[in-house]
Design a protein around this ligand. Structure first.
Ligand code: GDP
Ligand code: MG
Length: 434
C-alpha cells in the first residue's frame, strides 16, 4: 500500500463533486481515486450524465454506471437518489462489456429504494421542451425533470417493487390511469397500456433485478468493516436544484451534502469533499453563463479542450475561469480540497483571461448573485501570464512552469481552499499530486 492509499483507506468517506456547471472531470478523478477507495456510490442524477474516463482499459463514456466500474475489485452502488433508467443502464452494461468490463452483482449494486425512470418520463421531457420551443430549458431529454417531479409526487415505482409482480401490476395500473391523463389531455400524446408497460418491464427490468438489494444495509456493513467510500456526483454546484442557477438547473441535488441521503447512509459525515474545478469554464445547454466567450476565441478554446458533450455531442459553451462562480460553487459544496483539471488545455494562450468579478448595473461585486440577477451581470476580465508550452508531461509540482504554478495559487487564493490535484491530461496518470 502506498502512503496515499493509507491516507484514504480506513473508513474514509469522500465526495467528488463539480464546483462549476458540470463536465469538470469528475469521472476522471473518480477513476484515479478508486485506487484508494473500496466502494463508489452515485447518489443523484441519471443517464443524462456523461463522465469520460481514459485509462489502461480504453476510453469510456459512462452515464449511469459509477466510474469505479472500470477498476477490478471496486464495488459500485447506485443509491436511492439516482434516476434509475433501466434502458440506459442495460445498454451501458452491454457497452462496457463489449470493451471487456464485466458488470456483475458483485461489482454493481442497485438500491431497492431507487425509483425507476419509465418510458413516459422521456416522452414528457421531449413534449415539454417542444411546447416551450425557443423558451426551452435545454434538457438532455432523458426524462430527468418529469422523473423527479413524479418521485416527489410519490408516483414512481421503486426498484424493490419489481420483486412482487402482483402488487406491482396493481400499482402500475393506478399510475397509468393518472399518467395517461397528462399525456393525452395536456399534450395530446399517445397513452400507454398495461401490456406495453409489462413488456417493457420484461425487456429492461428483468435484466437489472439481480443487482437490486438493500444498499443501505450493505454500506452500513461495509462501514463497520472499515471500508472506504467515494461518492461520485453528477453535474456541478451551479446546476444544483436548490443552490444553482434555477430554473436552469437539474432536478436533483448535485451537492456533496446530499451524498449521504442519496446513497443510503443518511447519517454519514463526509471526511473530505474534493471539488473538481476546470481551469476554464464550460456550460452545456441554456441559462445564464456570465463569462461566456464567442467567436474565434471561443472556437479555439472549444477545439483545444475538445468541449463537446459526452452524452449529447452538443457543443459546450466556453469561457475563462470564473472566480465568482467558482468561489460560490466551492462554498456550497463545502470543498476541503480542489482538483484543478484541464490545465494542459491553456498551454496555447500567451495571456489567460480570468473573470475576477461581476459588474451588475454599474457596480462591481465578487458575490455570486441571485439567479434572476445573472442576466444583468457582466464579467470583469483580467489577464494573467500564460505559460505558452505543453505541460501534459508534467507529473510533479516542480515540473510546472512558474506561470502555471501562479495560476494554481490564484485559484487557491480566490476559493480559499488548497488545490491538491492538478490534472494535465485525460489519462489516469496525467496528474500532479500536491
Ligand atoms: P465529468 O462529467 O465531470 O465527469 O466530465 P466529462 O467527462 O463530461 O468532461 C471532462 C472531459 O475532459 C472528458 O472528455 C475527459 O476525458 C477530459 N479531461 C479530464 N481531465 C482532463 C485534463 O486534465 N486534460 C484534458 N486535456 N482533458 C481532460
Ligand atoms: Mg460530463
Amino acid at each position: 500500500m502506498t502512503g496515499n492509499d493509507m491516507q484514504h483507506r480506513t473508513g474514509r468517506s469522500c465526495a467528488v463533486v463539480g464546483v462549476n456547471w458540470g463536465d469538470e472531470g469528475k469521472g476522471r478523478m473518480v477513476d484515479l481515486l478508486t485506487e484508494s477507495y473500496d466502494i463508489v456510490v452515485r447518489y443523484q442524477g441519471g443517464g443524462n450524465a456523461g463522465h469520460t474516463v481514459v485509462n489502461d482499459r480504453g476510453k469510456f463514456a459512462l452515464h449511469l454506471l459509477p466510474s469505479g466500474i472500470l477498476r477490478e475489485g471496486t464495488v459500485n452502488i447506485l443509491g436511492c437518489g439516482v434516476a434509475l433508467d433501466p434502458e440506459n443502464l442495460c445498454s451501458e452494461i452491454r457497452d462496457v462489456a463489449s470493451k471487456g468490463v464485466a458488470v456483475t452483482p458483485d461489482n454493481l449494486k442497485i438500491s431497492d429504494r431507487a425509483s425507476i425512470l419509465m418510458p413516459w418520463h422521456r416522452d414528457l421531457d421531449e413534449l415539454e421542451e417542444t411546447r416551450l420551443a425557443e423558451k426551452k430549458y435545454g434538457s438532455t431529454k432523458q426524462g430527468i425533470a418529469p422523473f423527479y417531479s413524479d418521485k416527489y409526487q410519490k408516483k414512481t415505482i421503486l426498484a424493490g417493487e419489481l420483486s412482487d409482480p402482483d402488487r406491482l401490476a396493481v400499482r402500475l395500473r393506478d399510475l397509468l390511469e393518472w399518467k395517461n391523463l397528462t399525456l393525452t389531455k395536456v399534450y395530446g400524446a399517445k397513452p400507454y397500456d398495461i401490456e406495453e408497460i409489462t413488456a417493457w418491464l420484461r425487456e429492461y427490468c428483468e435484466a437489472i433485478k439481480p443487482y437490486i438489494c438493500d444498499t443501505g444495509e450493505y454500506l452500513r456493513m461495509a462501514r463497520a468493516h472499515g471500508r472506504s467510500l467515494l461518492f461520485e456526483a453528477q453535474l456541478g454546484a451551479l446546476r444544483d436544484l436548490d443552490y444553482g442557477i434555477y430554473p436552469y438547473t437539474t432536478s436533483s441535488n448535485a451537492l456533496a451534502a446530499y451524498a449521504p441521503i442519496g446513497s443510503g447512509l443518511p447519517s454519514l459525515r463526509l471526511t473530505n469533499v474534493i471539488g473538481v474545478v476546470k481551469a476554464y469554464s464550460t456550460c452545456v445547454g441554456e441559462g445564464p453563463f456570465v463569462c461566456e466567450m464567442f467567436g474565434d476565441e471561443a472556437e479555439k478554446l472549444r477545439t483545444e479542450g475538445a468541449e463537446y458533450g459526452a452524452k449529447t455531442r452538443r457543443k459546450r459553451r466556453v469561457g475563462p475561469l470564473d472566480l465568482v462562480a467558482t468561489r460560490y460553487g466551492a462554498q456550497v459544496q463545502g470543498t476541503t480540497e480542489i482538483a484543478l483539471t484541464k490545465m494542459d488545455v491553456l498551454g496555447y494562450m500567451e495571456k489567460i483571461p480570468v473573470c475576477v468579478r461581476y459588474e451588475i448595473n454599474g457596480a462591481e461585486t465578487d458575490r455570486f448573485p441571485f439567479p434572476s440577477e445573472l442576466d444583468d451581470a457582466k464579467p470583469v476580465i483580467e489577464y494573467v501570464p500564460g505559460w505558452g508550452c505543453d505541460i501534459s508531461g508534467a507529473r510533479r509540482w516542480e515540473d510546472l512552469p512558474a506561470a502555471a504554478q501562479s495560476y494554481v495559487r490564484m485559484v487557491e487564493q480566490a476559493v480559499g481552499c488548497p488545490v491538491t490535484y492538478i490534472s494535465v491530461g485525460a489519462e489516469r496518470d496525467s496528474i500532479i499530486l500536491r
